[in-house]
Design a protein. Sequence first.
Length: 311
Amino acid sequence: MSTPEMEAAFAALFRQPAQTRIVERATRAAEFRQWAVTLTEPPQGSSLQLDDDGFLQEIGTAKPVARYARFPTSAASEHLAAAEVLVSDWFNGAVPPPAMSRSWPSSVLVMCRSAMESAARTIWLLGDPDREVRRQRCAAEASSELGEMLKWAGQDHEASVASGRDVATFEASAAKLKTAIAKAKEASGTVKVPGFTAMTVAGAAWIDANPPKHARELLDDKPFGLLMKAWYSAGSSFTHGYSWTLNVIDTQEELYGLVADLLMTAVLMTETAVSLFEAQMLVPGEQWQNDHLPARLRPTITEWAPRFWDA
């Protein structure tokens, strides 16, 4: 009769070395590099086009749902593409890490954490099958982002005054932003944008409830939301310059394991966000095709697209 210790030992024997998992997942992450920088218009009759049809034109953005939903995943894809370059340098000897380095992978972990947050934003914005919910969430996102833009404008105004630059157009620009914020708030109803951690948790919970068909081997029937919280905390420690994570890493293999796990989480969340966006770019009756994305996403996109056609 097997014991938990024996089962764990056998599992360890069949588990890929962490370095191998890092390289494989980094390679997978890089597959979205071209998609990130290649923008396409939502086709007529697609869910995204209908979401934006006549919606929130007062804020000066022609396609607010498509714009606010796509940019976060484009950012996540770029972060992961950059992480792949670092991993490639790391293991191919271009920039060899010192023996038992605990700080070297911090840049990869930080980019993974950022990718998780950004991808989760797209999942939150587009994940509900109800068009009105998606619109309200995108309106709330617009209000939040425009508010940050207004805050920056005030800071830039102060810097310009201090530097002796012309600020004659500031008041008119600020007034225009305030009007747009008010319109977006009105369209958002009572919806509020979750904070960064809450947004990331919500994205992982959505994946638990809607496991991507193409990525079952990454999920492996595990509670993704619970695992994500632990890995997100570890990534956050490096992001904020905390050293506590170093106290729980005893070996090089454990360090590599942490990198592999965070890469897996960031890749899975980004693939989910990309698949959600692509599913809502698909017109009923058409087959999905995008040369800038791996064909392995097809089963997920094909499964999800009908959820949004009658929204």
